[in-house]
Design a binder for this molecule. Structure first.
Ligand code: BGC
Length: 563
């Protein structure tokens, strides 16, 4: 029997063969029906998605604040057209880039759950500094520290959600975070819009007009912080990783709303354990001299780049994040008022309103995604989204090229361009907006998952930073070419997905190896077998498994025979 076959049998047959249930149908339906049935997964994911809300809110809040009268008067080098404006915007993204990277060791040592709590503390400090800012440096420091928290959150929340969700709901549950990001962007936009009237929009404007939107973030951040301690459970996968297997079983049984000795729970915990042991043993056997956590972490990072199947997954996660940003979504989110003005939608309120519509469409279009990513699959949704995003960019660019100097006489062309901006946002929101977050959470083995996600999400932030930097330059230098530029990347997204991206819908995390060609050799099979033996004797000795002894023994004996 080939090594590959043995490995696959051990990794997947734990569930498929040993359990008398058909696991695919046993997990139940996906999409909204599934979320409704697994209401606890839905509630936990929705609650953790408060992190996504903070992400969107923080991204969105600054643009409205920068143009408020009182803010401009107090911070002349930052507000209006101040020379430090670009930096105050982008320092948050740089902080987030760092935050995503440093969250990997935190999520591995402290747990996924408490890494979100740490992030909330950083975010709260940043928010207080910004809301109370009396000089430029307070604002800069506040945005940088808040950015670190935000980067951590943007990595920690999907990581946690991905690890608690069953395979049939993983995509939908992670998509809730994109829904929350979009809601955060929309809320901050309309909030800025409203608070600018406190004291009037001119001379008499109160400082509350901008301090309030900065300060209000404290409410969701503090709620999430408290929830990390009193509401959210530990990730069962993290518990297994750190050897707290008994607790992992308890949590998993609570999450699946099934007794601990239920075949599904037993099969899933076994599957997680095999995967975790395998990862830990691999490191131990391959790097016997790596003793301290730092040395082990170093080897794990190294493996990510040097092991072909891991490097392939890393590339996919990072490239997806990169392409998500290079669809140009943030060019629109950051610069929409400017764009709408330049295509002839004159008057502040018209361009602002057009921007407000972007925010609403962005939220609304995420709602169907929650129902479809686990049903139709990631690839199909991505390709449909990519085609329509390309079409939008192409039409906007062409209209721009034709009417560049005569928008005023062709108002309908301006409105058509605006409609295609909205059309673009719609197709972004349900496709790569959501799916770019799903892949990094699900394709990596537990041993390197946090490290890999940290790298992938930091690519999101650094690309976000680059887009923020180059868009105004492109809009003024190559004008309509800006949209052809983004058109090119959306086409790359389409073809890359079509030819290279594997489908991950419904695949249990511990079975992802099958898709990436990892862990196939004879040597690997032998290691797997040793793990299997270990687990076998443990499950005989540990009382919690004796509760389900008939089931567990069946699993073990069958696997032993197979091997
Ligand atoms: C992206 C953000 C973007 C947002 C728009 C997210 O998935 O990562 O950069 O602003 O979607 O909804």
């Amino acid at each position: 029997m080939s090594g590959e076959k043995i490995v696959q049998m051990i990794r997947s047959s734990v569930i498929e063969d040993a359990s008398s249930v058909d696991l695919d149908s046993a997990y139940g339906p996906s999409g909204y029906r599934g979320l409704f049935r697994c209401s606890n997964i839905f509630l936990y994911s929705l609650f953790a998605s408060l992190g996504g809300f903070l992400f969107g809110y923080d991204q969105g809040v600054i643009s409205g604040v920068l143009v408020m009268h009182d803010f401009e008067a107090r911070f002349p080098r930052i507000g209006g057209n101040g020379d430090l404006q670009g930096w105050v915007v982008s320092i948050m993204q740089l902080g987030a880039f760092i935050g995503a990277l440093i969250n990997s060791p935190i999520a591995d040592r402290l747990s996924r759950r408490y890494s979100i709590a740490v992030a909330c503390v950083a975010f709260l400090i940043g928010s207080v500094l910004q809301a109370g800012a009396i000089d430029n440096s307070m604002l800069f420091v506040g945005r940088f520290i808040g950015g670190i928290g935000l980067g951590q959150i943007s990595m920690g929340v999907p990581l946690w959600i991905g690890e608690i969700a069953p395979p049939n709901l993983r995509g939908s549950a992670v998509t809730l975070q994109q829904f929350a990001i979009a809601s955060g962007i929309m809320t901050s936009f309309w909030l800025d819009y409203g608070t600018q009237y406190i004291g009037g929009i001119g001379e008499g404007q109160s400082q509350l007009a901008w301090r309030l939107p900065f300060a209000l973030r404290v409410v969701p951040a503090a709620t999430l912080l408290v929830g990390c301690f009193f509401f959210l459970p530990f990730s069962p996968r993290w518990l297994v990783k750190v050897g707290r297997e008994h607790e992992a079983l308890e949590v998993l049984s609570r999450l699946r709303k099934l007794p601990e000795n239920h075949p599904i729970v037993q099969a899933e915990i076994m599957q997680i354990k095999v995967g975790a042991r395998f990862d830990a043993l691999t490191i131990k056997e391959k790097f016997p001299n790596a003793k301290s956590p730092a040395q082990i972490a170093y080897q794990q990072y190294k493996e990510l780049f040097t092991q072909r199947h891991l490097a392939r997954r890393l590339f996919v996660a990072c490239f997806l994040q990169f392409l998500q940003q290079f669809t140009g979504v943030n060019a629109i989110i950051y610069y929409a008022p400017k764009m709408f003005k330049s295509i002839g939608l004159s008057g502040n309120s018209i361009s602002l309103l057009a921007t407000g519509v972007v925010g609403i469409i962005n939220v609304v279009a995420t709602i169907p995604a929650i129902g479809i990513v686990d049903n139709f699959g990631r690839r199909g949704v991505l390709m449909v989204g990519a085609i329509f995003m390309s079409l939008s960019h192409f039409i906007i660019a062409t209209l721009y090229a034709i009417y560049e100097h005569s928008w005023a006489e062709h108002l309908s062309a301006g409105w058509a361009a605006a409609a295609f901006v909205w059309f673009f946002v719609f197709h972004f929101a349900y496709s790569v907006g959501c799916i770019a977050w799903i892949y990094p959470t699900e394709i990596f083995p537990l041993g390197v998952r946090a490290q890999a996600m940290g790298i992938a999400i930091s690519v999101n932030w650094i690309s976000n930073f680059v887009i923020g930097l180059i868009t105004p330059i492109m809009l003024s230098q190559i004008k309509f070419g800006t949209f052809y530029f983004f058109f090119a990347f959306t086409m790359v997204l389409f073809f890359w997905v079509m030819f290279f991206l594997p489908e991950t819908k419904g695949v249990p995390m511990e079975e992802m190896d099958k898709l990436w060609g990892g862990n196939e050799g004879k040597e690997t099979a032998e290691r797997m077998a040793r793990i299997q033996n270990e687990l076998q004797s443990e499950s005989r000795n540990v009382p919690i498994y004796s509760k389900a002894s008939s089931y567990s023994d069946d699993v073990d004996i069958e696997l032993q025979e197979q091997y």
